[in-house]
Design a binder for this molecule. Structure first.
Ligand code: FPP
Length: 219
């Protein structure tokens, strides 16, 4: 969800204002995706590298996340949305980790779209944690195969992403879903994240629908 900072700067406002608008855009896109019948939507909210930002900005984003989680319960209920978490809960402030855990339990009964909040998430970190979990569970690391390692990822029941969208004209993966994105299609948009509306999502999905997926094979 890139471009919050630039969106605010262009208006002579603080970066935090950009994150506030970014949160509104996230809500718009979650609703639009649910209405379109998308089954899984992962939002890259905060990476394992985002701690490098100023403590003011990190504190503001964490506050926003905490407020967002609880206050949206009615929205999840109305839209039958189940919340999930990807990332290391151990590195999060205790109250955020507890809140996200509670919300995942409370929304487990909803059978609509699943929204996965990638929070303190890094693709390399997830792979390392999966290897460690496999070792702790008694797997033979030397003969580990892809299927077994996949089963130790943060959300092994969730299918690999079909489409990964990056906003604000950035052309990097930035440590996002490294394991799961092996055959994902990418969509890059110049539109800053706070300006995202249902139309941008539709454009991305239309672009996806016109791709030919060969998974390394031939058609
Ligand atoms: C990237 O833009 C944005 C972030 C690292 C924060 C994302 C957080 C939110 C959208 C608010 C919380 C959302 C939810 C769903 C709880 P940037 O700051 O890197 O922008 P820039 O590239 O223009 O500087």
């Amino acid at each position: 969800m890139d471009g919050n900072g630039r969106w605010a700067k262009a208006r002579g406002e603080l970066r935090t204002q950009g994150h506030l608008e970014g949160l509104k855009a996230a809500k718009r896109i979650v609703k639009a995706a649910a209405d379109m019948g998308i089954r899984y939507l992962t939002l890259y909210v905060f990476s394992t590298e985002n701690w490098k930002r100023t403590s003011d900005e990190v504190g503001f984003i964490m506050g926003l996340i905490k407020q967002y989680l609880r206050s949206e319960l009615e929205f999840y209920e109305e839209n039958h949305i189940r919340l999930r978490h990807a990332g290391d809960p151990g590195g999060l402030p205790q109250e955020i980790a507890a809140e996200i855990n509670d919300m995942c339990i409370e929304t487990k009964k909803y059978t609509g779209m699943q929204v996965i909040l990638a929070l303190n998430y890094g693709g390399r970190d997830e792979i390392m944690r999966a290897i460690n979990r496999a070792a702790e569970a008694g797997e033979n690391i030397v003969s580990l195969n892809e299927t077994t390692l996949s089963s130790y990822m943060d959300n092994p029941d969730i299918p690999d992403p079909d489409l990964i969208i990056r906003s604000a004209g950035e052309y990097r993966t930035s440590n996002f879903l490294l394991w799961e994105s092996a055959y994902a299609e990418y969509y890059f948009s110049p539109v800053l994240w706070p300006d995202w509306t249902e139309k941008e999502l539709q454009n991305a999905v239309e672009s996806y629908q016109n791709r030919e997926r060969k998974y390394g094979g031939i058609t």
